[in-house]
Design a protein around this ligand. Structure first.
Ligand code: GLU
Length: 442
């Protein structure tokens, strides 16, 4: 059987690093086993799901390099869910309930006051025909609950190990709302069966759902796939990420100019026993990836760590890797330019600034105290042609003539030539700036 996995976002917003991590793990798992990676939009909530969000998620995955082998939309598959619901009704596994939200709330509070677990009391299941007819005559429309078997469900979770959940500790879950709309639970199982899912890799917030879903798989005559419930990400303060989703969205990271491979390396290795190393290519990441290395403890997401990883990736990129992107931001200064500046970049788009500094029409900074020194240095500029050794030749001569050394010698020159107190090696910058521009700036 071909390994088949899916990433199943609800297009009710854009994805953040936590969701992306689920997508990354699924994609790597599929690639590692020559399997299929399916993108499934869980868009049965027709009011909150939008095409714009679905398109945005598709663009986010594309940017990350996580291209799906197939794409499905649940909103186009209602006939399948209706058929499954019908079968469950016929088999007595899906039953109508008529309580209002207030009535259910009241029941729950009463159970809690009596120190009982707030589990649904199956009133709907035990209605007589007359009672049901009366409720319908009163104008009530039902919601539908799945009748759990109330037994021990267990599976060997690929991340969490042996998991046991006694479904008698759960309320029979509502699968269909009063307005006829589906909650996520049933359509997900119907699709997982129909699409031949072999593994479900998702966040541990779905672990309890898995027990319910195992029962639904079986009620529909199928066997549940293998499960891997990974821990969720927390911020460096140990709290869940949900409050800060804006800045942690994949779209924001892309707009901020982070490297897709930094996000993918981070998402794949966070919360594993592997060190978070920068990978510039998917194939080396695939070698490092193994689902069994995922820890059960929450993964800590730290923006600073991602930024460091990003810088380390930019430092590893070759000119060929980046040439097109440099051209797009007007910063293709050729191989020597890239070699000179890339070690100083935290983000690739900072190359545009160095491009402007080197080739543009700019005036550096010259302090009043340094004016004479700078004029003297200008008279000592070596003749063309310039190369990597020109800086040393020149500054040796300036040192001799001025008597300055160390920071006193180099900093005024750096400021005059670049307007910055930090930056790439001047030995590499000097021949790129070239004699005419250097002379003008001095
Ligand atoms: N749409 C669900 C979610 O985003 C999918 C969960 C699953 O993978 O089964 O949480």
């Amino acid at each position: 059987m071909t390994t088949t996995v899916r990433f199943a976002p609800s297009p009710t917003g854009r994805i953040h690093i936590g969701n992306a991590r689920t997508a990354i793990l699924n994609w790597l798992f599929a690639r590692k086993s020559d399997g299929r990676f399916i993108l499934r939009f869980d868009d049965t909530d027709l009011e909150r799901s939008t095409k714009a969000f679905a398109d945005g998620i598709t663009a986010d995955l594309d940017w990350l390099g996580l291209t799906p082998d197939e794409v499905f939309r649940q909103s186009e598959r209602f006939a399948l869910y209706d058929a499954a619901a019908e079968k469950l009704k016929q088999d007595g596994r899906l039953y109508a309930c008529y309580e209002t939200a207030e009535e259910l709330d009241y029941k729950r509070k009463r159970q809690l006051a009596r120190h009982q677990p707030p589990i649904y009391d199956r009133t709907g299941l035990n209605l007589s025909d007359d009672e049901r007819a009366k409720l319908v005559a009163d104008g009530r429309t039902p919601h539908w609950r799945f009748k759990l078997d109330q037994r021990d469900i267990h599976w060997n979770d690929l991340v969490r190990g042996d998991v046991h959940i006694d479904t008698s500790s759960l309320s029979d879950p509502v699968l269909i709302r009063e307005d006829g709309s589906y909650l996520y639970t049933l359509p997900s199982v119907v699709d997982d069966i129909d699409m031949g899912m072999t593994h479900i890799i998702r966040g541990e917030d779905h672990t309890t759902n898995a027990a319910v879903q195992v029962e639904i798989f079986e009620a529909l005559g199928a066997e549940a796939p293998a499960f891997a419930h990974h821990s969720l990400l927390v911020g460096s303060d140990g709290k869940g990420l949900s409050k800060r989703l804006g800045s942690l969205s994949i779209a924001a990271m892309r707009e901020d100019g982070l490297e897709a491979m930094a996000v993918v390396s981070h998402g794949a290795l966070i919360g594993t026993s592997e060190a978070i190393e920068p990978h510039t290519r998917m194939d080396t990441l695939l070698e490092a990836f193994d689902l069994s290395k995922l820890s059960r403890a929450p993964g800590r997401f730290d923006m600073t760590e991602l930024e460091n990883l990003n810088a380390r990736i930019v430092h590893q990129l070759s000119y060929d890797d980046v040439r097109e992107r440099l051209a797009r931001i007007g910063a293709d200064g050729g191989e020597a330019f890239w070699q000179a500046v890339h070690g100083n970049l935290a983000r690739l788009d900072e190359a545009a600034e160095w491009h402007r500094i080197i080739y543009g029409d700019m005036t550096g900074e010259i302090a009043d105290d340094d004016r004479d020194f700078i004029s003297q240095a200008a008279t000592l500029l070596p003749d063309d042609p310039w190369d990597d050794s020109t800086w040393k030749t020149w500054t040796d001569a300036v040192k001799q003539a001025s008597g300055r050394k160390g920071k006193n010698l180099f900093m005024p020159l750096r400021l005059a030539l670049t307007g910055r107190s930090h930056g790439p090696e001047l030995a590499a910058l000097l021949p790129l700036i070239g004699r005419d521009r250097v002379l003008a700036r001095l």
